[in-house]
Ligand binder design. Structure first.
Ligand SMILES: [Mg+2]
Length: 115
């Protein structure tokens, strides 16, 4: 690993619904197919950031899926808890921008992009 890699800020990326074609139908042993453009997305992002997968799935299943889809080269780790990071990318989150009323409103109107 070179020194440049060590200095990159970390981005935690959710798996289901972000890098794959998850549609809300969760199956523990099955990870949906790669989402179109995901490889290019990670390739581009990894130029300036260290990327880790953030998933409640079993790590060995995620690791295999990454390898099968040739994404493992862009990922430095897999975690199931919220590690310190510069940013988090998730299909099920609301960005808190300092206004609780806005969050309440967005919760009531929330649905993931694939619904
Ligand atoms: Mg997700």
């Amino acid at each position: 690993m070179n020194n440049n890699t060590n200095k990159k800020k970390i981005i935690l990326i959710d798996l289901d619904g972000v890098l794959n074609n998850y549609n809300g139908d969760y199956k523990e042993e099955y990870i949906p197919s790669i989402k179109n453009g995901a490889k290019e997305f990670l390739e581009k992002l990894s130029e300036n950031f260290e990327l880790k997968i953030f998933s409640a799935r079993q790590a060995f299943l995620v690791k295999n899926w990454l390898k099968e889809n040739r994404l493992d080269r862009y990922i430095t780790g897999i975690t199931d808890h919220k590690e310190p990071a510069f940013l988090y990318i998730d299909d099920r989150c609301i960005c808190f921008e300092g206004n609780y009323q806005s969050v309440l409103s967005r919760i009531n109107n929330f649905s993931p992009w694939y619904k």
